[in-house]
Each structure stands twice: as C-alpha cells, then as structure tokens.
Design a protein around this ligand. Sequence first.
Ligand SMILES: [Zn+2]
Ligand SMILES: [Zn+2]
Length: 347
Amino acid sequence: MRAAVYHGPRDVRVEDVPEPELDEPTDAVVRVTHTAVCGSDLWFYRGDSDRETGSLIGHEPMGIVEAVGDDVRSVEPGDRVFAPFKASCGTCEFCRKGLHTSCVNGDGWGGDNGGAQGEQIRCPHADGTLVRVPDRYADDEDALRSLLPLTDVMGTGHHAVVSAGVEAGDTCVVVGDGAVGLCAVLAARRLGAERIVAVGHHEDRLALAEEFGATDVVGERGEAAIERVLELTNGGANHVAECVGAASSMETAAEVCRPGGTVGYVGVPHGLDGGLDLFSFFGDNIGIRGGVAPVRAYAEDLMADVLQGTLDPAPIFTKTVDLENVAEGYRAMDEREAIKVLVEVGE
Ligand SMILES: [Zn+2]
Ligand SMILES: [Zn+2]
C-alpha cells in the first residue's frame, strides 16, 4: 500500500509499504478514505521533536472497515468509521472514566499498525476505538468532512473548554487561533458561552473565529493582547482555554484568567524546558486543568451535533490534497498557508 513516511525534517515521502494485517482478534483493518495533517505533526516535521526516520505518520483516520477479527462486535466490513489519535479498549478503568488517552491497553498510530496517512491501518481494540458513522451519512461527503475533525482537533478544542469549566452564560477566552483554538471557539459556543474572546495572531483565522461564534477577537501580541483582553472582560475571564502549548501562551492564559478562575490547557507543551512559571497561577489562585484530550470520550456527543447540523468544524480545512501530495500539505501548514489540510486517500 501507499503511505506517508517520515525521512527527516521537512522530508515526508509517500512510498510502498507492507499492508497491515489482522493480528489480534480485537483488531480491525480499515481502508482509509480521509485523513488530515495535524498541527502536532509539525513538531517532528520541523525537527522540533524526535521521530524515528522511516516511521509511518498521521493519526486522524477515517475510512471503511475492510476486515475484523473474531472478537470484534461493534463494526463489520463495509462500515464507515473514524478513529481518534489514540486507540483505546473502552473497558479499562481509565476508559470507563472517560480518560481514553490513559487506556492501559492503548496505542498510538504509526508503528506496525500503519500511520493514518496511508491507505490502510490496523486498528487495535476496534470495539473501543472505532466510531461508526450512521449508515445514512456513511457516503455523505459534507458530513464526512465535518466529522473528520472529531478524530482530534474538535475533541481537543472541546476538552479545553470543558477543562476550563465553561457553562451556559459564561465568558471564555480562547488563546490560540490554530485549528484547535478555532474548534475551542465552536465548543464554547456549543456549551452556551455568552462571550467568547479569541486571541490569535492571524487575521484570516480570527475572522473564522468570529464566524465560529467568537464575540470579540484580539489580534495584538504580548502585553498589548493581555491588556486588551483584560479591558474587554473587565479584569479577566473565569474560563480560559489554552490551545497552543507554548510557554508564552500559558503565561498569557494565566494573565487573562480572572482570580479564582480556571485555565483548561490542551496545547502539546513545547518550549517549556525552562519550566512553567507557577507564580502567575499561584498569586491569583488560578486552577490548571486539561492535558491530552480523550477525544474518544466526546466522539458520540459531538457526532450527534454534527449530524443534526448544529456543529460544523469543516471550515478549518482550508486546503485539500490527495495522499500522493501529502508533502505539499505539510509544507502549506508549516508555512501557515493552510489552517489544516484534509488528505483524500481514496474512495
Ligand atoms: Zn492531530
Ligand atoms: Zn482502556
């Protein structure tokens, strides 16, 4: 099969690799039809994080079930499914408490199960991992494009605002205008936030944030951004969603959080080697919650809203490439030409 292979910083190639096969009776093989390039893929792409040369990449798969092991009950060949960026069993202590990313039987993509930016994957723990798209929408291309972000960024943005404790009527600040931040805006609106302040650096992305429901956008940088948010919120918001993961965005989140409020953080931490300055949280009793998003826990609820037409993250896909041109997708995201790239793999 064809699959994207990592060869080193800024060197992604599509090559022939062995097809994954059923291994455990709980496995399914899925023929990938849609996948995406993630902001988190840019860390290894830019050489900012280590990744083994020759490894398969991608972690946001959607496709058609090709084969299932003897113990798989929830899906069968021909079903349209998608999978989160982590496989999970659905039955262990942590899956049961909705923390599927801590599944004791969990697994990521990219090893011998195939990367999600390839023609096929072997999905471990298919019953726990795969989310089946109702038959009525199984070939509805618009619905599929809107569901694809549930593999990662939509669930992650949702986790940020849930972790920040956003409820109906609240004011929420979203720090970051990448795909996750934009999805956090959608999620905050979905939860009924009355005021949503989006903070970012890109005019086009902030415009999309407004389309998604942000009531205010702040495009200033550094101190000026903080001052502007404090002005807009009369001294800070009780709920702040941090969707970048950089030291500076964590600091901004703390600064714009109202004393006693909560920062929900989901950005993969990077550039924090010097540590996080806890004093900005300490002084005003600001809580920090969040972490890697258990997107599997949110998939059914978010899917229901997408399918009834009240939630649509599809506009984050500002570029579409086919699998053979996935390197162009990485380049476009690296150079910030695209917010997020959808990869069409096959029918
Ligand atoms: Zn991702
Ligand atoms: Zn589990």
